[in-house]
Design a binder for this molecule. Structure first.
Ligand code: SF4
Length: 302
């Protein structure tokens, strides 16, 4: 294992992307914001939004001082905007409960809104130098291939994967810190989901999947559908709410949609979604706290 640790950590030293949240001077808040944004969104889309976010809200208390609607607007089109609501709630909690300082232990981080096992471990490791066992999608895939000989990890994380992650974690503090980020980067750049670049992989000679003759996946991964989904309709409604300060009558999204002249409605109109789907999307946004309804109409929550 020590040799594998060395090979992957050494590869990272020479090939890692230069990302601003990896700067040794990056604050706990900078790392935390990046981890929220990177859940389910690629680096290339996160970079400009993260930069603007950190320029505008360099500390948790800066974001906490703003209404949640501003966090949703600042989230732009990163998708899954509930993350913005939770990040705002976490900023409020850090401001009121931790004197504006992002806590450094996994236990304290886990108690914050929107912070699950992975995010707590990642922030503790990447921001505060704790050798937590970090297990994200990329790491799961590398472990499954390199150590398990499988083309893909199971569709949902299993307890056995966390056990294996603990077993392969270096015992030396510094090596363990580098290992987490190095394996994650290897999964993002080389050991990718669809077409791993095995010829460029530093652990090719040690890979159980290669040794097993590169067996096919034992299930067909579900693609993330977007076209025609409720998520797509929700995104179009959110774009309208983000662009408008005032409340909008529900009918504008529903029965009167076709007659709306404002160009912000064009995206929703172009989807030609059935009335029932638009109703469902709007109800979902209200239920998720991404929109609020008052007598005058619907707007972003304040
Ligand atoms: S050899 Fe290929 S499958 Fe194995 S860890 Fe490297 S990139 Fe992944």
């Amino acid at each position: 294992m020590q040799h594998i640790h060395h090979l992957i950590n050494n590869w990272y030293r020479h090939h890692a992307r230069d990302l601003p949240w990896r700067d040794p001077q990056a604050s706990g808040w900078a790392v935390m914001v990046s981890e929220f944004m990177l859940q389910q969104t690629p680096v290339v889309r996160v970079l400009p939004v993260w930069s603007e976010w950190m320029r505008r809200w360099p500390r948790p208390q800066d974001l906490a001082a703003e209404p949640v609607s501003e966090a949703i607007r600042g989230w732009g089109r990163l998708g899954y905007p509930r993350r913005a609501v939770r990040l705002h709630a976490a900023a409020v909690e850090i401001t009121t409960g931790h004197n504006g300082v992002v806590p450094s232990t996994e236990a304290e981080l886990l108690a914050l809104p929107g912070v699950g096992d992975y995010t707590a471990a990642a922030i503790a490791c990447f921001a505060f130098g704790q050798p937590s066992v970090v297990v994200d999608t990329n790491i799961r895939r590398v472990h499954a291939r390199l150590f398990g000989g499988m083309a893909l990890p199971e569709p949902s994380p299993r307890a056995s994967e966390f056990t294996r992650a603990r077993q392969v974690q270096p015992t030396d503090h510094e090596t363990a810190l580098a290992w987490n980020i190095s394996v994650m980067e290897l999964g993002a750049l080389i050991c990718t989901a669809r077409s791993p670049k095995c010829e460029a992989c530093p652990v090719f000679e040690h890979c159980a999947w290669i040794a097993a003759g590169q067996p096919a996946p034992h299930y067909k991964p579900k693609g993330q559908a977007w076209q025609g989904t409720d998520r797509q309709v929700r995104g179009a409604i959110m774009a309208i709410l983000r662009s408008d300060e005032g409340p909008i009558e529900p009918a504008a999204f529903l029965t009167d949609l076709a007659s709306q002249q404002d160009t912000v409605f064009a995206r929703l109109q172009a989807l030609d979604a059935p009335l029932e789907q638009r109703r469902r999307a709007l109800a979902g946004l209200l239920a998720d706290g991404l929109a609020s309804e008052e007598a005058a109409g619907i707007r972003l929550p304040s």
